[in-house]
Design a protein around this ligand. Sequence first.
Ligand SMILES: *Cc1c(COP(=O)(O)O)cnc(C)c1O
Length: 375
Amino acid sequence: MDNYQEKKLFTPGPLGVSNEVKEAMLRDFGSRDSEFIAIVKEVREEILKIAGVSSEIYTTVLLQGSGTFAVESVFQTVQPDSNGRGLILSNGAYGNRMKKICDVARIPADILEFPEDGELQLSLLQETLRRSAYVLVAVVHCETSSGIINPVEEIGSLVKSVLPGAMFFVDAMSSFGAIPIDFEAGHIDFLVTSANKCLQGVPGFGVVLAKRRVLFQCRGRSKSLSMDLVDQYEGLEKNGQFRFTPPTHALLAFQRALQELSAEGGIRSRAERYKKNSLIVLSGMRDLGFKTLLTVEKQGAIITSFLYPTHPNFNFDEFYRRLSNLGQLIYPGKVTKTDSFRIGNIGHLFPPDMRYLIKCIERTLHEMCIPIPIK
Ligand SMILES: *Cc1c(COP(=O)(O)O)cnc(C)c1O
């Protein structure tokens, strides 16, 4: 334990968290402990406040597992019967994963795909919605594979204007807590995030915001017991407990993480910090000669994809390993058509961390005998 190296995570998750968040976990709780039950209730209410929605209209359901489990739980819970189909909009790996979840679970769904470095074309969506009466439309907010931000409010209002009865589901895994989302304007029925992205808790559970009326309509549809959000909701409401072993330590960390978000000044202040982080990386990397996958207008502040340099000495695995030895963890790319790597700006990262990362990247390029500015 003494000689482990502290690493800074410039990744899309898991993310670094504060020492205080880690220290909050130094207590054991039983699942029926009244203090623990009060913490679960508190964080469920706090999430609604962060989202800016009323507890009469929305509720928070927490579900054990990583973010993908929570995405899958929404599809399981709302799944259309044999006459209904879902539509998934995709411009990247996380949109494609939604389709895969539906395929594996045999939930009828179509995918409307757009280029990984491009925007969703709303005119095409409109045409598609007019042609088929989808009962569910799903989209990713920040497509973490590239860093592009999709306009969920616009998409949601378009969906409801063409198909008023359709449900609208947003995967806001890597954006909730750092990009304000207008639930009313977007007519959002379900939104999913995780404890360990911009909310800066530790991994262990997903967070689902659900419109109560719509959630209750879904009672009995799920073909999975553990992923049934109606059942999970009813457990949490009845006695405040999770149905199955709760992630007690992760919830203690989460309570602390939400207090830190509030102390930082809420979503807008956190967004500003991430924006500052991202601008330091963008200008530092540009000075070194790196190019971004996305154009400036499309680039969000959550994560940035950079193209591989063309110099023959560049080898991503070596670049990654050298940076890791300096305590700096970056992430491989996730777009399929272009060789790229990613630098995340989210989590417990501050401007000095970003400046130090750029220094380490410069040093690593020198060590790899790649002239700066790179080509
Ligand atoms: C991180 C992430 C997920 C979930 O990933 P897990 O590895 O299951 O936590 C889903 N969607 C998006 C957009 C993400 O960024």
